[in-house]
Design a protein around this ligand. Structure first.
Ligand SMILES: Cc1ncc(C[n+]2csc(CCOP(=O)(O)OP(=O)(O)O)c2C)c(N)n1
Ligand SMILES: [Mg+2]
Length: 540
């Protein structure tokens, strides 16, 4: 007995059963069965202008909501265009699923010069992500979608790629849609929890380094830190999980290690390192003076043995581990806790001001603009920082007090991601205001997505800091190449005219006060806005 569903409908119905309310993409004849099946379903489609945009929208949606972000792309150029955000989903551990078609089975891989043919699409795309599957029978489609979701929720999410030969989308699927698979994240072994409690309990000065893995475990993290009197180092992926201004918290992106920072870390003897890969970018290329005794907790067992030797490695979900640890770890006496807390608060304050000083000067930009943005944006809003000098500086200077309120992609660092990430974040998170902090160079990589903001009426505010320069690169030319500047100065379009032409409300702000005023006005009116902020080009 057939369910009456074809492959395309079965894929979408399975997405709906997994709670998907929005997908991002661009159609082509090679995905038309999927698009046709969107009619009458419960899924909103947001039409991007470049598949890189669609992928970063899915990324922004996922980071702002905690749900899987889904993109639909055609075979060939649709797949290659979405490669960058998929690589970013991998490096930042974000649950993004790309569903791509490929040529019908009797054409694929035959090098006949067919429309949208790639040399080896599956090999190209699967190399970028944590989970990939190519389906070769329509009956497998619903199960494959469910498996993708299981991979992105039970394990460390590192992007997923599902490839569907075009002819399968119009074939009948006898079983119809699939339900979510039962998924369970690994819970820690009791013995590991006991040993972790012992190591942390025996510490003179314990510390905690927490990455994106703790995003939904902020409550437990806070209880543990306060119980132990331990400083907590947050990374760009976990910024906001505990408030930046908590006396035990140092939220930093900077990969250099100023003395005050070295003293803070060097003053600790046991580190709980949880839900972070401790990558080169965040550890001063491995030179951060981490305590010798390390307890590492990660959803990904591979991280437990990578680079940094550990006393104890625990394969577990961060929240499950913290819950179990809090049950058995009482912390020190009140007097010891008080002593540690005072030391930690003093050391954190010293390290924080060293990092802030660095961020206020080293990027050579007027960082008062960040204070203006913060003053205008309500606490529950989402701030997206692109790869631009003020975006980097925001990691130190822009206080955030909750999880999923600050998105600053790291490691892959692809310029231009900010605008589409903001669109996806806003599409997924209802009424929360969203602002994107962009550079003039970066935004031109994805400027076409302004049309999406206007057409789909996604009321984000885009701030373009315009120094007519690829400053991050030019700074290196000035500092390391004897001021031999080449290929880093930009002829700027008229951003106000450009934004107006796309249908956004445009404005220009020449001072931090003006930016605060313009941003406040932008949040108060319907529809998307763009504010150009001219800033001087650094020359020192
Ligand atoms: C896709 C990509 N291409 C090139 C680079 C190298 N790059 C890093 S920062 C940067 C300049 C960005 O300029 P802009 O957005 O104006 O920000 P600014 O540095 O001027 O603040 C470039 C070209 C990159 N990170 N990503
Ligand atoms: Mg610039």
């Amino acid at each position: 007995m057939l369910s009456g569903m074809n492959g395309a409908r079965a894929v979408l119905a399975t997405l709906e059963r997994h709670g998907v309310d929005t997908v991002f993409g661009i159609p082509g004849v090679h995905t038309l069965p999927l698009y046709d099946a969107l009619h009458g379903g419960g899924i909103r489609h947001v039409l991007a202008r470049h598949e890189q945009g669609a992928g970063y929208m899915a990324y922004g949606y996922a980071r702002a909501t905690g749900k899987v972000g889904v993109a639909l792309v055609i075979s060939g150029p649709g797949a290659t265009n979405i490669a960058t955000p998929m690589a970013n989903a991998y490096s930042d551990s974000v649950p993004v699923l790309t569903i791509a078609t490929t040529l019908p089975r009797d054409h694929d891989g035959r090098e006949r010069g067919a429309l949208h043919e790639l040399k080896d699409q599956f090999a190209s795309m699967s190399a970028l992500v944590g989970w990939a599957r190519r389906v070769s029978d329509a009956a497998e489609l619903p199960g494959a979608v469910a498996e993708a979701f299981a991979a992105l929720t039970a394990r460390r999410p590192r992007g997923a790629y599902l490839e569907i030969p075009l002819d399968l989308l119009t074939e009948p699927v006898p079983g119809g849609a699939a339900d979510p698979l039962p998924v369970a994240r690994p819970v820690p072994a009791a013995e590991d929890v006991r040993r972790a409690a012992e190591l942390l309990g025996g510490a003179g000065r314990p510390m905690i380094i927490a990455g994106a893995g703790v995003t939904d475990a902020g409550t437990q993290l806070r209880v543990l830190a306060e119980r132990l009197g331990a400083p907590v180092l947050l990374r760009p992926g976990s910024k906001g999980v505990l408030p930046d201004d908590h006396p035990l918290v140092l939220a930093t992106r900077v990969s250099i290690v100023p003395d005050a920072f070295r003293e803070l870390i060097g003053g600790c003897d046991v580190a709980l390192i949880i839900g972070t890969k401790l990558g080169d970018e965040r550890t001063a290329v491995g030179t951060m003076p981490l305590p010798e005794t390390r307890v590492r907790v990660d959803l990904d067992p591979a991280e437990l043995t990578r680079r940094w030797p550990v006393e104890l490695g625990v394969h577990a979900d961060a929240g499950a581990f913290l819950d179990a640890l809090l049950d058995v770890c009482d912390g020190p006496s009140a007097a010891v806790r008080e002593d540690r807390t005072q030391w930690a608060a003093k050391s954190v304050a010293g390290a924080r001001s060293a990092m802030e000083e660095f961020a206020r000067t080293d990027f050579e930009v007027p960082t008062e603009y960040l204070d203006a943005v913060r003053a205008a944006m309500p606490a529950e809003s989402v701030t997206v920082a692109d790869m631009t000098m003020l975006g980097y500086a925001s990691a130190e200077l822009y206080p955030v007090d909750r999880a999923r309120a600050y998105i600053h992609p790291y490691e892959l660092c692809s310029i231009g991601c900010g605008l589409p990430i903001a669109l996806g974040a806003r599409a997924g998170s209802g009424d929360r205001p969203v602002v994107a902090l962009c550079g003039d160079g970066g935004i031109l990589q994805t400027i076409g997505e302004l049309a999406v903001a206007a057409q789909e009426d996604i009321p984000v505010t885009v701030v373009v800091f315009n120094d007519r320069t690829y400053s991050a690169v030019q700074q290196n030319q000035r500092r390391s190449y004897g001021h031999r500047v080449i290929a880093t100065e930009l002829r700027a379009p008229d951003y106000v005219a450009l934004a107006g032409a796309f249908g956004l409300t445009p404005s220009r702000a020449d001072s931090p006060e003006a930016l605060q005023t313009e941003l406040t006005a932008a949040l108060a009116r319907p529809g998307p806005s763009l504010i150009e902020v001219p800033i001087p080009r650094a020359t020192a």
